[in-house]
Design a protein around this ligand. Structure first.
Ligand SMILES: *Cc1c(COP(=O)(O)O)cnc(C)c1O
Length: 461
């Protein structure tokens, strides 16, 4: 649609330029201030719809972990629940019921023992879940220390330098010293030895990530727990582990049933996951579960009214949309164990095949293969000169693909990687299209750059 009309040139930059056929009553709609009068719903819709066309095509976005496709039935349910407020358990008892069923489902999926069934809740995402998980660790540590008459003013938390930014936020917002284990050689995530070496009596917990956003690899949760068991037997220090399973807690149960990472390990106190990543729900839902009531200190819990009863809540937000929680339950019901296994199994198949093909082109080396999370990272071989991973990323973007390039943290600042996140909606067919573009991009960059004629704007005569 054309947005300007020849008879109305030189519009004020602060005014939205709207098709004259739509603009029946108003002279202009201010862009940055509240309009004085109403705008018709058709006009308002069309103006915003047109502007949003400039947002990217999410299906070609291989940068994000977040769900970009759901079934129409799920979308219909979500539309029906747009007005539901998660906190209003009195008004929406069934939404609350679905939330607690989701917690029970996850509790079993993550091997909480039947007697001391895990307790937990939904959140807006893994970030909020991480704040809650971290707070519980901090409070438990404080209580233990206070009971022993020891100082509680210098808490620290131990994790790999590859942790997602939410843990830096946690440490910053709640005044906890962050102790980061650096990368080392081709180890791009936390190691058991590295974690134990940074622990002391002020350590509130160790964060183990399943899997890392840098390269899709799983951290060795069982090894980390075993090393902390050993630390306890040597020193008496009993340090709990929180698993940041933002992605992996929705992948490993289905694809890696033999992997030991969850509540089956007694040292794992709590687990968070993003419902809106491999839980396959549109953004705004996460989950946090504690292995049992003792892992979640009573004094962090607030009691809200629920059908004349009271129900425990622990959350940073008050009002929050209920639609995502309903959609999570829809996925559980609709897909079941087999459905999740098939969808994620397919994603892993696409990821591993794609990574193998990328390794074959020549200039790239794989850092990971996509055989843990369906996510892999690759870099240019050291001998490649004349172009960088950033050039590859830029060139792919000209074709609409988002494959981000980024520099690794200490001690691998020398390494620049590209990362591909495969998720529902990215098929073998689409990955073939990406491969064709990547081969072309590499050929051109190897020849010494220059614009890609296929990507040039305009058309050929
Ligand atoms: C995405 C991610 C987070 C943050 O999760 P949100 O749901 O986006 O808030 C935290 N940790 C890891 C490992 C992640 O991948």
């Amino acid at each position: 649609m054309t947005l300007t009309h020849p008879s109305r040139p030189a519009r004020n930059k602060g005014t939205l330029a709207v098709d004259p056929m739509l603009l029946l009553t108003q002279e202009g709609i201010p862009r940055h201030s509240l309009p004085l009068v109403e705008t018709g719903p058709e006009v308002a819709y069309q103006v915003i719809h047109d502007e949003l066309m400039l947002d990217g095509n999410a299906r070609m976005n291989l940068a994000t972990f977040v769900t970009t496709w759901m079934e129409p039935h799920a979308e219909r349910l979500m539309a029906e629940c747009l007005d539901k407020n998660m906190i209003d358990k009195d008004e929406y008892p069934q939404t609350a019921e679905l939330e607690s069923r989701c917690v029970e489902i996850l509790s079993r999926l993550w091997h909480a023992t039947e007697e001391g069934r895990a307790t937990g809740c939904s959140t807006t995402g893994s970030s909020e879940a991480a704040m809650l998980g971290g707070l519980a660790l901090k409070r438990r540590w404080q209580q233990r220390r206070a009971a022993a008459g020891l100082p509680t003013d210098k808490p620290n938390i131990v994790m790999g330098i590859n942790v997602q930014i939410c843990w830096e936020k946690f440490a910053n917002y709640w005044d906890v010293e962050m102790r980061l284990v650096p990368m080392d050689g081709d180890r791009y995530h936390l190691s058991a030895d590295g974690a134990v070496a940074l622990c002391d009596e002020n350590t509130i917990g160790v964060i183990a990530v399943l899997g890392s956003t840098f390269d899709g690899s799983y951290e060795p949760v069982a090894e980390i727990c075993a090393a902390l068991d050993d630390l306890q037997s040597r020193t008496g220090l009993d340090i709990p582990v929180h698993v940041d399973g933002a992605s992996g807690a929705f992948v490993a149960p289905f694809l890696d049933p033999d992997l030991s990472w969850d509540f089956a390990l007694p040292r794992v106190a709590s687990i968070n996951a993003s419902g809106h990543k491999y839980g396959l729900v549109y953004p705004g839902v996460g989950w946090i579960l504690w292995r049992d009531a003792t892992a979640l200190p009573e004094d962090l819990i607030f009691w809200v009214n629920y059908l004349g009863d009271t129900m425990p809540t622990f959350a940073l937000n008050f009002s929050r949309p209920g639609a995502q929680v309903v959609a999570q339950y829809y996925n559980f019901l609709r897909l079941g164990f087999d459905g999740y296994s098939k969808i994620h199994g397919y994603a892993r198949e696409v990821a591993t095949r794609l990574s193998a093909e990328i390794a074959e082109i020549g200039p790239f080396q794989l850092l990971t293969k996509g055989d843990e999370l369906p996510v892999f990272a690759f870099a240019l071989k050291p001998e490649v000169s004349g172009y960088t991973a950033f050039d590859v990323s830029d060139a792919l973007r000209q074709r609409g693909w988002q494959v981000p390039a980024y520099t690794f943290p200490a001690n691998r600042e020398d390494l620049t990687a590209l990362r591909v996140v495969v998720r529902r909606g990215f098929s073998h067919d689409l990955s073939e299209l990406l491969m064709n573009d990547l081969r072309r991009v590499v050929e051109r960059l190897e020849r010494g750059g220059g614009a890609d004629p296929d990507a040039a704007p305009g058309f050929h005569h």
